[in-house]
Design a protein around this ligand. Structure first.
Ligand code: PLP
Length: 247
């Protein structure tokens, strides 16, 4: 028996799967907004496409998904060029190495993992000299960590004020809010407790800086707790694109 053709049937099948996943997650977000008394449409879906090929991003874009998250700087930059004509919004959500700040500042629309002054300064400098010119500020979320053992990345609550002040005053950056990646917890009440505390810091920041409108928290495993506690953006990979190969 001849082997079945891989193209284009395979592509069509995968596109249908992604289309269904996007529709399902949007419905789930809408349901959770209602369940927790959140305003309809107040939680944005960021589709985390790291490790996934451009063809799958196209399939998601066909469902009017605009915002995509990448956490390997070069890989995301390549995809943003490949898919330029779709006018998508690219969020860098990975750890930021200082030798990648130029690449990140010129290929992404948002950077969510900013956790130290040195990185913020470099992003500001590179954005100012980049192709977008001076009137195209890079949107920034500060990554905040609440307890030391959580992860290597993230600024502490003590460092938040100085970092926020710099970003808010930088000509080529726009301070949009906070992002967090709490350690995975399986207990719903514990998930909520951490997100609640993050929301408190978000509200404090919002009072000082009028450009702040984004609280990016919640992934495939803890989206409900994040929406319950006030997330305005959830970053979903697995539930949109399926499991990732390990790197
Ligand atoms: C991979 C990743 C996600 C998505 O995780 P899933 O569990 O696949 O939904 C969200 N945020 C960050 C920072 C990530 O690196």
């Amino acid at each position: 028996m001849p082997a079945p053709p891989i193209q284009p049937d395979m592509t069509r099948h995968v596109s249908a799967t992604i289309s269904t996943a996007i529709i399902t997650i949007r419905a789930e977000i809408a349901h959770l907004e209602q369940k927790y008394g959140r305003k309809s449409g107040s939680v944005e879906l960021l589709a985390v496409s790291k490790t996934k090929p451009s063809a799958l991003i196209r399939a998601a874009a066909a469902e009017n998904q605009i915002a995509f998250g990448e956490n390997y700087a070069d890989e995301g930059a390549e995809k943003s060029l490949e898919l330029k004509e779709l006018n998508l919004l690219w969020h860098y959500i990975g750890h930021i190495q200082s030798n990648k700040t130029k690449l990140i500042a010129s290929h992404y629309d948002w950077v969510q993992g900013v956790d130290r002054l040195k990185i913020a300064k470099r992003l500001n400098e590179h954005r100012g000299t980049g192709p977008g010119g001076t009137d195209n500020a890079l949107n920034i979320c500060i990554q905040l960590k609440l307890d030391a053992e959580e992860s290597k990345s993230g600024c502490t609550t003590d460092e938040l004020e100085e970092l926020a002040g710099f970003i808010a005053g930088a000509s080529h950056l726009s301070l949009r809010g906070l992002m967090a990646i709490p350690a995975p917890r399986s207990d719903f009440a514990e998930q909520r407790a951490v997100f609640k505390e993050l929301h408190g810091w978000y509200q404090k920041l919002k009072k000082s800086y009028p450009t702040v409108d984004t609280l990016s928290m919640g992934m495939s495993g803890d989206m409900e707790a994040a929406i319950a506690e006030g997330a305005t953006m959830v970053r979903i990979g697995t539930a949109v694109f399926g499991a990732r190969e390990r790197r």
